[in-house]
Design a binder for this molecule. Sequence first.
Ligand code: MTE
Ligand code: MO
Length: 391
Amino acid sequence: MAARSAHRPAAAAARPGPGRRPPGGAGRRRAGFEPALAGGRRHAPVGAEQLERVMPPVSRISFSSRARHERPATILGIALGVAFTVCFVTGLLSHAAQTPIPWFPWPAGPAWLYRLTQGVHVFTGLATIPLLLGKLWAVYPRLWRWPPVSGVAHAVERAALVPLVGGSVFLLVTGVTNIDYWFPYQFFFRIAHFWAAWITVGALVVHVGATFTVASGALRDRAATAPATPEGLDRRRFLLAIAAAAGAVVLTTVGSAVTPLRRLAVLAPRLPDIGPQGLPVNHRTREVRLPISCVEGWSYSARWRGIPLRDLLEEAGADRRAAVVVRSLQTRGPYSGARIDGAHAWHPDTLLALEVNGAPLQLDHGFPLRLIAPNNPGVLQTKWVTEVQVL
Ligand SMILES: Nc1nc2c(c(=O)[nH]1)N[C@H]1C(S)=C(S)[C@@H](COP(=O)(O)O)O[C@H]1N2
Ligand SMILES: [Mo]
């Protein structure tokens, strides 16, 4: 959306003749495609028919919707710009609180400040999801605009969409998977999220600069951006639906921080009052039922709760084939440590256990931390763990 003239071919594509529905069947292919080309400044190139065969539906599907015009796209863009700025600033504050910056010491008070800034960060980020989906829906016909670029400035604007859209999606996906404790990637969340934010905001600045004229025009002039035919989703209703979706996302999650709304927090991954001693727990703890089987022949089965060893190994970047030595506070004797192979170390049930049968480990059972792995002799279930070493 660099300049009006550049946008015209797509706008024309979005406007079938009066009273005509967007053509759908193969028989109407030609009729649907031609107005789009006629509306452009150039005539149909020779390859138009082949091009149409490659991507016929996209050139016609309901691009007539009234919702798909400059004005709603601009309003959503402003909402997104505000949301991203709020997320960016609160994210930087969070970064400053975790990685001290000499010239920006994070204060010890007021005590509620981080609770507020990080709540705003996460819940604004979640509200951004419907806004971004709406914006992408409203503007995606422009991807098929012909010609794809109409000059250097336009090329820069379009190129900036790659880090802008890619970065936004990356930030939202990693943010959501992180609060869900799902890490389907190798990189360290916080660092990747931090740098992606800088890239996205940089691209956002380019985007706002490049689209400012068109966007402010669309805001000033309600009538000019109205499509010829009143088909498809009404613009106002479209924006209301997006706003309602964003509100619903916040209402169904914010209760994980705002206690009075706790009962509404059906989409929140953690609730403020669920967990031992009335507080949520934030370890990736896991509970398994495994036996201790002593070489002497006696054995007992118990419920162990603790941190999967593989999570630690993963974070340390350990090799899956490497053997692991788990060391005990007890420095002498055959039980001062256990050497376990990769298959045991990376088994999802192998834990550094903190609890047994619903209570913290008793001192004799290895308080505060002991190893418990499936199908290993008791001698290898090291108690009083102090160190894990990858060989
Ligand atoms: N540090 C240390 N870990 C240890 C031991 C030990 O003496 N010291 N004994 C091992 C043996 S032989 C067995 S059978 C189990 C017994 O676990 P429990 O004492 O919790 O029943 O712990 C194992 N882990
Ligand atoms: Mo044992």
